[in-house]
Design a protein around this ligand. Structure first.
Ligand code: UDX
Length: 440
């Protein structure tokens, strides 16, 4: 079996590599010649644990190839995945120009029955637009080749994408013919050995599933952040409340950690896009509007704690920041809460000394020279007035607390991810502020 994956971003690269890993011949196509050249030499554009090893392995066994030519690749592939970007366009809706351009190009060069699969997160109704774009090109060529468009949303978590792809909880595929169902079932067979299902449905339902999943997860987070804020006011401890509710199987103990707001390339974009899709169709997504509003507020919470502690005067204060990426195990800075925090501290006249185990290069690229980038977490503390935990990297969980106290001007910790225990921190002599915890 041969497949082509168009777009070598996060989703496309993981998808192509994992299909190659189970024995399928894969060509990954991208218009960016430098990126393709680098990939052919085993140089990756992103950091994702385990990905580099698999790319290099599958290049050398000949199953994974990278090319800039869709024309050449599509002619002998039975399945084409469209995994190009869908950046937020005007008013929050997903910009489909790249997806539709690829669809047209596929229509220009396709020669046999193929299944064209949308893998990028696209609004309900996109598969139909892809279908029309391909059909138009075939008509221009006076060809009557049959094809199917399927929707196969990805549920990959950055930092755990390889495992998520190789051992998925479920695979969702929207199809409109038995033939497409058979092709997709055969393709995914190697990934179903753990007994998890492949769920076939109609195309609009598959497109909606992706948005509903991400919106539900974002809702859990905003709900917990709201509860955390109320816990602080009422003298309750959200860490206890979280354990208390999480042991109810109907609620579950995953994804209910309060923090400083969700970020990344998916949740903010997808929540906005679903609100927008609904509005365009005359429906108001009231819960999701609140989810978004709570998230925006949550990104200001840690700064407000800092500002209050210093009586609204951060002029000349230096803040040590541990973590910059939007979550651990990634260098992704998109919509990272750290960006809002850095901005607020600098605007208030403060300085930031930061360290992130992986995202330093990416952060420098986005934030520039406005903050000091340190060699390690302890260097951030030198002459700093407080420490802020921004990303819960495992590297930060058991630090040398004596060293922290010695290096900091004041033993004050603002823990945006509740990685430390407030009571233990107080016993160690720290003034400690968590999210939704008591400040005894
Ligand atoms: C998410 C979905 O999980 C994935 O299925 C989808 O394909 C893409 O979007 P990702 O963006 O990689 O994946 O990150 P995820 O691990 O889900 O975290 C998203 C955000 O939520 C992060 O900012 C994280 O810090 C925050 N979060 C997560 C919390 O604040 N609390 C939690 O309990 C969990």
């Amino acid at each position: 079996m041969k497949i082509v994956v168009v777009g070598t971003g996060y989703v496309g690269l993981v998808t192509g590599t994992c299909f190659a890993e189970v024995g399928i011949d894969v060509i990954c196509v991208d218009i960016d010649a430098e990126k393709i050249n680098n990939l052919n030499n085993g140089i990756l554009p992103i950091f994702e644990p385990g990905l580099e090893t698999l790319v290099i392995k599958n290049i050398s066994n000949g199953r994974l190839k990278f090319s800039t030519s869709l024309k050449q690749s599509i002619s002998d592939a039975g399945v084409a995945f469209i995994a190009v970007g869908t950046p937020p366009g005007e008013n929050g809706s997903a910009d489909l120009q790249y997806v539709l351009a690829v669809a047209s190009e596929i229509g220009q060069y396709m020669n046999n029955y193929s299944v064209i699969v949308t893998k990028s997160t696209v609004p309900v109704g996109t598969a139909q637009k892809v279908q029309m774009a391909i059909q138009k090109e075939l008509e221009n060529r006076n060809l009557n080749i049959s094809f199917d468009v399927a929707s196969n949303p990805e549920f990959l978590k950055e930092g755990a994408a390889i495992d998520d792809f190789l051992k998925p909880d479920r695979i969702v595929v929207g199809i409109s013919s038995k033939q497409a169902e058979e092709v997709m079932r055969k393709l995914y067979k190697p990934f179903l050995l753990n007994g998890h299902p492949i769920i076939f449905m109609d195309v609009p339902s598959a497109e909606m599933t992706k948005y509903a999943a991400n919106s539900m997860l974002a809702t859990k987070i905003s709900f917990m952040n709201d509860i955390a804020n109320l816990c602080e006011i009422m003298g309750a401890d959200v860490n206890m409340v979280r354990k208390g509710i999480g042991s109810d199987a109907r609620i579950g103990n995953k994804f209910i950690y309060p923090g400083i707001g969700y970020g990344g390339s998916c949740f903010p974009k997808d929540v906005k896009a679903l609100i927008k899709t609904a509005a365009e169709n005359g429906y108001s997504m009231k819960i999701l509007q609140a989810v978004e509003a709570v998230n925006e507020y949550q990104k200001t919470v840690l700064f407000n704690k800092l500002n209050n502690r210093f009586q609204g005067n951060l002029e000349g204060k230096t803040i040590a920041m541990w973590g910059l990426s939007f979550k651990p195990n990634t260098d992704d800075m998109r919509e990272a809460p750290s960006l809002v925090l850095v901005d607020s501290i600098l605007k208030a006249g403060g300085n930031v000394q930061a360290f992130d185990p992986v995202a330093m290069k990416e952060a420098r690229h986005i934030i520039g020279d406005k903050i000091v980038y340190c060699k390690n977490e302890y260097d951030t503390l030198i002459n700093a007035d407080a420490l802020m935990i921004v990303t819960e990297w495992t590297d930060f969980r058991s630090p040398n607390f004596d060293k922290i106290k010695t290096l900091l001007n004041n033993a004050i910790v603002f823990d945006g991810r509740n990685i430390f225990d407030g009571k233990e921190m107080n016993e160690l002599g720290f003034e400690y502020y968590g999210i939704g915890t008591r400040n005894d």
